[in-house]
Every structure is written in C-alpha cells, then in structure tokens.
Design a protein around this ligand. Structure first.
Ligand SMILES: NC(=O)c1ccc[n+]([C@@H]2O[C@H](COP(=O)([O-])OP(=O)(O)OC[C@H]3O[C@@H](n4cnc5c(N)ncnc54)[C@H](O)[C@@H]3O)[C@@H](O)[C@H]2O)c1
Length: 335
C-alpha cells in the first residue's frame, strides 16, 4: 500500500487529505500545515497524525507520495524539496509562479526518476471525459470553436496569483487536452479592477494549428459562479456545465423543413437536443486515483509536469499579451 501525505491542508488540501483517507490504493499517513490550527483541525477530523513541521512528518511517517497544496508562490520551493527527497509529487495548479521554476521542477523530477503530476482537475470532470470521448469519435466533425466561461467572485485568500495563472489555467489546459493540438497564436485582454494588485479579469483568444479558435472569458468579478464550456463544430454544439457535470449536444438540423420560413435558413439551424447520460464522480477522487495508479504502475499521470509547464507558458503569454497589448505568435508550443 502506498503511503500518502498532504502538505498544506487549506481550502483544497483538506479535500486531498479526505480523498486519500477514503481511497483503497493508498494510506493517508499524515498531513502538514504551517498553520498549526489548520493541521490539527484536519488531522483530528480525519484521525491521522498532523504536523506543523513538514520535516517531522517526513521523518516519522515516511510517505511515498505527497500532494502539495500550499499557496502557488510556494509550489516551487516545496516541490523541489520533496523531489530532492525522492518523493512522488502531485502539485496543485498552476505548477509554479514562473516558467523558469516550472522548467527546473520538471527537470528535477526527471533526473530523480520520480513522478510529477499537476492538479489540472477539470480533465477528470466526468462531463469533460465524456465530451473528449465523443469529440475523438468524431460526433461533432470539424471543431470550429471552443469557448469557456469561468466566472466567480473574488477569493480573498488568493494573494499571490492573478486570475490568468490561477483560474484561466484550468481552461488553457482543457483546450490543450481537448484538441491535442499545437497553439500558434494567442491574444489577451486583461483588466485589474477593484479586487487585487494583479489582473482579475481576462478575455483571451487562441488559435490552434488546424484553425480551431479558443475563446476564454475568465474573471473574479462576477457575483455568481459559472463554469461553462461549449464546443461548436460542423455538426452542432456541445454545451458542458462543469459544475453540475451536465453535457448536452445541440444538433444542426440537416433535413429540409416543412415550414417555409425555416427551410430558407441554410447552413445551420436548430435540430435535436440530446442530454448525454453519464456516471458522475468527484473529479478530485479520480485525479488522485490516477496519480496513485501512475506511481504504482510506473506510468505517466494524465496531467504530467510537462503539461503543467506548457499550460503555464501559455498563461504567462496571455498575461504578457494583455500588459503589452500585443498578439503573440512567435512561439511554437511543443505538445
Ligand atoms: N485544482 C483546483 O481546482 C484548485 C482549487 C483551489 C486551489 N487550488 C490551488 O491549490 C493551492 C492552495 O490553494 P488554497 O485555496 O487551498 O489555499 P489556502 O490558503 O486555503 O491553503 C493553503 C494552506 O497552505 C498552508 N501553508 C502555507 N505555507 C505552507 C508551508 N510552507 N508548508 C505547509 N503548509 C503551508 C496554509 O497555512 C494554508 O492552510 C493554490 O496553488 C491554488 O491555486 C487548486
């Protein structure tokens, strides 16, 4: 049985701890948090040893793998420390704050021969998994556009990242994952408003090699939470609600209409709507199960360190595009 530990048991880390605690393939041997109150609260709740000193947790419990869910600005230092000790690491998204750090972290994991996974959790959303399967089967035909909306109120606990690397990185990763394609051009508009000293509103456009266009609408300025993904293509549109885990397919009407006023519409008109049935599950449970299985079986996790790095590279390009008001097309993103 693999021994798991969680470092940083705040908002998301406490869920990592709960999921490991309930998992069959791993044993949660302890949690650590720089805030002793947090460590004690989660340790007591889950009935596992807790520490405010990470060093002591490692010495006493000797985990094989760790989830790192400390604030983003600490992903690099904590990640390098864990990798240096030969532990397999799942680091929350975004992989690090800077590209140089991400490159160093990925290289360190490779050199040490340990697994490095990144918490781009939406890949494990059952609605996304179903959507990807159907896109691959060709249900939509040629894909014209992928459009995401990720809108929320401002989370005051996030002090060390702007909305692009913190939130839009989910959508950038999803677009890379769904298309599996190289990106040739990005353009972003960002706005820093009332909430923070970094951007808290982002609108982005990305162009894929095949011509597919990605549209991102992401902010911390909306007084409700919306997580929506639509994919428009030759045969219609998929509409995915990432919160309720629902997926609909709006089919283009192909046959001639009997009603003249409608039959004059050529190209695209409304056809059947299909609600796609699927088995729902907790994305985090699937993500951690994938990580544990990757460690156990010695295979790559679904979201590799390299994936985290490429997503961060694009996110930072968007930030640069927004601040310099330029289209960025000088890069080639390796897939
Ligand atoms: N995948 C997702 O959907 C998702 C969701 C939320 C947050 N996140 C990511 O997870 C990370 C944490 O976010 P959060 O919202 O849980 O933050 P948070 O502030 O709620 O939790 C962070 C915890 O880390 C602890 N901590 C700080 N420094 C530490 C250290 N050196 N060692 C041990 N513990 C330390 C803090 O005391 C706190 O309890 C961020 O990088 C964020 O982007 C990902």
């Amino acid at each position: 049985m693999l021994k798991a530990a969680v470092i940083g048991v705040g908002s998301i880390g406490q869920n990592h701890a709960r999921v490991y605690r309930e998992m069959d393939g791993a044993q949660l041997v302890g949690v650590a948090d720089a805030n002793p109150g947090n460590a004690a609260k989660i340790g007591n709740r889950l009935n596992v040893p807790f520490y405010s000193d990470v060093e002591k947790l490692l010495e006493e419990q000797k985990p094989d793998l760790v989830s790192i869910s400390v604030p983003t600005s600490l992903h690099f230092s904590v990640g390098m420390d864990m990798i240096g000790r030969g532990l397999h690491v799942l680091v929350e998204k975004p992989i690090t704050s800077t590209l140089e750090q991400a490159e160093e972290l990925v290289a360190a994991a490779k050199k040490k021969g340990v697994m490095l996974a990144v918490g781009h959790i939406e890949r494990f959303n059952p609605a996304v998994m179903e959507l990807r399967r159907r896109l691959r089967e060709g249900m939509l035909g040629k894909v014209y556009q992928i459009h995401t909306q990720r809108l929320s109120p401002y989370p005051s606990r996030i002090q060390d990242a702007g909305v692009v690397i913190d939130l839009a990185s989910h959508d950038i990763d999803l677009m890379r994952y769904l298309t599996g394609e190289e990106i040739v051009r990005v353009y972003g508009e960002t706005l820093q408003s009332i909430n923070s000293d970094r951007e808290d509103m982002f609108n982005g456009l990305m162009r894929f090699r095949s011509g597919t266009v990605g549209v991102l609408n992401v902010n911390w300025m909306t007084p409700t939470k919306i997580r929506r993904l639509t994919v428009t293509g030759a045969r219609g549109m998929f509409d995915c609600n990432l919160i309720s885990q629902e997926l609909f397919f709006y089919e283009n009407e192909t046959g001639p209409s009997q009603w003249d006023a409608l039959s004059v519409l050529r190209g695209v008109s409304e056809g059947n709507v299909l609600g796609i049935k699927m088995q729902r599950h907790e994305p985090l449970a699937a993500e951690l199960a994938d990580f544990v299985a990757a460690v156990r079986d010695g295979r790559q996790p679904t979201v590799t360190g390299q994936d985290g790095l490429e997503t961060l590279r694009l996110a930072l390009d968007f930030v640069r595009s927004g601040s310099e008001m330029t289209v960025i097309d000088e890069f080639k993103v390796p897939q």
